[in-house]
Design a binder for this molecule. Sequence first.
Ligand code: F1P
Length: 338
Amino acid sequence: MSFERFATYREIKSQPEAWAQAIELTSVASLPKATDYEQVIFTGCGSTYYLSLAAAALYQELTSCAARAVPGGELLLNSQTILTDQRTLLVAISRSGRTTETVKSVEKFKAEKRGEVVVISNYDEVLSRLADVNIVISKGQEESVAQTRSFASMYVAVTAFCARIAGRDDLLPTLSRLPEIGNWLIGNYESYAREIGENLNYDSFYFLGSGIRHGLACEVNLKMKEMTLTHSEPFHFLEFRHGPMSMVNEKAVVVGMLSDANRAHEAKVLSEMKALGGTVVALGESDADVEFRSGIPESVRGVLYLPVLQLMAFYRSVMKGLNPDRPNNLTAVVKLNF
Ligand code: F1P
């Protein structure tokens, strides 16, 4: 039976179209100026908190301005540990635009006149009504509870947002090549993703990513949990040696999201894990199990790590007889009575 019966499969495979819309919309949005703010906060929940982690790291790398990511629930209930009396730009990220913690934390931020709000979403919902700058990537909308196409579309929007606010419009033309490379990656590596995904001898997955890639490692870790109910954890590369590598054995898969800048240190970690019996899956621009061969600058090609790993989780889910569209215990939106 065709895998097309799953919304998750259709959404993963079609995501480059949503990336293109994200680039288009963010390239024309009127954005605030980084220098107008002493503090920049990114916020979201679950997948979109992990997206915020990736976004804050990229924002700081490109602008040299301090940026931080916090869960919506923390910004709502523990804002005294996050906000100062400094002028603050808040970037709120949410697929649905309806998650209670994210909406309520933005309402509170505005009521306290803390600064301006940028919203990046896939639905023009209540969160968008609170936005000073509202970016809605409708082609990222999805049926499946597990975020794949939506996450990637918002991540590409964040990438373009950070490049533009940093005054790096020179990076925008390279961004426009992402969709074609995404389609090539999916075509070229789907069988590889399926081979690893369908191998149920594996019982644990570790996702290693540092710098602007750490938030992405957290996200693919969540995909593996949500879709396959498998033990999975994200780590910064060098951190993995400080205890967690005790878990590596023949049943473990260690996924490395290699950078260019620190490749030697990162590849060393992976080679040590292979020596411990782990199966290594390395992704990077070149010399890797999954090679992007993109020619796109490292700071703006992070989305390329996602499709193959999303497919890996998808195939494992189906092999385990689960439904990737309806993860155990989860709903598409968490609504709370506050
Ligand atoms: C956030 C979220 C997702 C999670 C699940 C429930 O939604 O927590 O991260 O994977 O789908 O909703 P949103 O605010 O991004 O719509």
